[in-house]
Design a protein around this ligand. Structure first.
Ligand code: PMP
Length: 457
């Protein structure tokens, strides 16, 4: 049931002319943005969504001035690169600007392959690194469910998930166990005459696995990768984790990847991404030319907010965990939070249908979110970094309501679950975005504004 005929037309045109892999969220009642002002975007019903005013201002200013190729001198580009490098360890000093995280990861693979003179890649199970063909090959998240065949140059290491993974929190030393597993994979590859060019991993796997891959990439083991260690910061970078600007910094000051890729929050909707690497690797790659572009965006001041609101959110969510049997585990760093829903705490059976149900019920309460992870049972919270405490409180309060109703209803849980089945399969990208309603300042109580707390891309 689409809202009106204009929506129907847009959906029909979209279905006819836009690639179907770009799934429309909430197809039964889709969101349509028509204009933006200040920090808000408005949909066709005049409802207000959060936007980022500084980004719009900076982009507009630059467009008015100049939009040109990156093969001429440009102050913003070098200034931005300099400032970006200042956020990173010293040896990561050379930037290649690209238009998307996928391009950045594709280039990162080329850099590592050129530098190392090998082809093989070690990747983590369930990882997603982008949609270009070189990355589909190394993204088990995608190639496991599609028809794409597993390529012999790809080696999949278990995701370091200590909640539901191969080595769990009851293991005496899960970190070393995961690291040893990676070492075995490398040894096997070498025995088969293969040579590893790169190890690519998100600094925190973004569908919210329990732990990080610190052990496999810790300073002691860094030499294992000899210049081919790629940290994908497309989702977790740029201060989201609060405490640090980059996710890999969680593993200590000594830990420095060889190549770091970044994207999404870098342009806040504007197509801007980057690969940063060392001078040595860049020189080895010099033969290939690269385009670059971009406009500087500062988000330093948002990190404190990510820490403060993230901690507050976790405090509230832990209270919910004590109250609701559906919540098996909550993991977080700053404003990057996963809520793992389970049918039972003993087996940790993923509550997949329940998670989808929660998504739909939350939408009825004007809070939009989606479920992610290999079992689609993890609610992932990744709101904009300016997210205030009041919204955190509102979101948790609504979640409490939905979980209470779900847990209290009589009969087997699966019978109570509803929601348009056509949309259930659409939770594909695993981002969460939340919409929050409040009353208009003009006092009109029926008018509901919507605040997007995380963009669905
Ligand atoms: N790496 C990670 C971890 C991602 O989540 C994504 C996108 N979801 C990408 C790379 C690809 O980025 P883009 O969509 O900008 O190509």
């Amino acid at each position: 049931k689409l809202k009106d005929t204009r929506d129907t037309e847009t959906v029909l045109l979209r279905e006819k002319h836009i690639g179907p892999s770009c799934a429309l969220f909430f197809r039964e009642d889709p969101l349509k943005m028509v204009r933006a002002r200040g920090q808000y975007m408005f949909d066709e019903g005049g409802r207000r969504y959060l936007d980022q005013p500084d980004v719009i201002k900076a982009a507009g200013k630059q467009l008015e001035l100049l939009s040109t190729s990156s093969r001429v001198l440009h102050d913003s580009t070098v200034e931005y690169a300099k400032r970006l490098a200042q956020t990173l360890p010293e040896k990561l000093s050379v930037c290649y600007f690209t238009n998307s995280g996928s391009e950045a990861n594709d280039l990162a693979l080329s850099l590592a392959r050129h530098y190392r003179g090998h082809q093989d890649v070690v990747t983590l199970d369930h990882a997603y690194h982008g949609h270009v063909s070189s990355l589909l090959d190394i993204s088990p998240y995608t190639f496991r469910k599609g028809k794409d065949v597993w390529k012999e140059f790809v080696h999949v290491a278990p995701a370091p998930d200590t909640y539901r993974g191969k080595y769990r929190d009851d293991h005496p030393d899960p970190a070393s166990a995961y690291a040893d597993h990676v070492r075995q994979i490398i040894e096997e590859a070498h025995k088969g005459g293969r040579k590893i060019a790169a190890f690519i991993a998100e600094s925190m796997q973004s569908w919210g696995v329990k732990s990080f891959h610190g052990p496999a990439t810790s300073p002691k083991r860094q030499h294992m990768w000899g210049g081919g260690l790629i940290a994908d910061e497309v989702q977790v970078g740029f201060g989201r984790i609060g405490e640090h600007f980059w996710g890999f910094q969680l593993y200590g000051e000594d830990f420095v990847p060889d190549i770091v890729t970044m994207g999404k929050p870098m342009g806040n909707g504007h197509p801007l991404a980057c690969v940063v690497t060392t001078r040595d690797i860049a020189e080895a790659f010099r033969a290939s030319g690269m385009e670059s572009g971009g406009n500087p965006v500062s988000c330093e001041d948002l990190r404190g907010n990510a820490t403060r609101v993230g901690n507050y959110l976790i405090e509230l969510l832990n209270q919910q965990k004590a109250k609701h049997s559906l919540i098996g585990d909550i993991r977080d760093v700053g404003l990057f939070i996963g809520i793992d829903l389970v049918k039972d705490h003993q087996q940790r059976t993923p509550a997949t249908a329940e998670a989808q149900h929660v998504v739909y019920k939350m939408k009825e309460r004007r809070v939009l979110l989606s479920a992610d992870g290999p079992h689609r049972n993890i609610l992932k919270l990744k709101p904009p970094m300016c997210f205030p405490k009041e919204d955190a409180h509102f979101m948790v309060q609504e979640l409490d309501g939905v979980l209470t109703t779900l847990e209290e209803a009589p009969g087997p849980r699966t019978e109570k679950l509803n929601g348009p089945s056509s949309d259930r399969t659409r939770q594909t990208t695993g981002e969460i975005f939340i919409v929050h309603g409040w009353a208009e300042p003009n006092g009109n109580p029926t008018q509901t504004n919507l605040l997007i707390l995380c963009h669905p891309n």
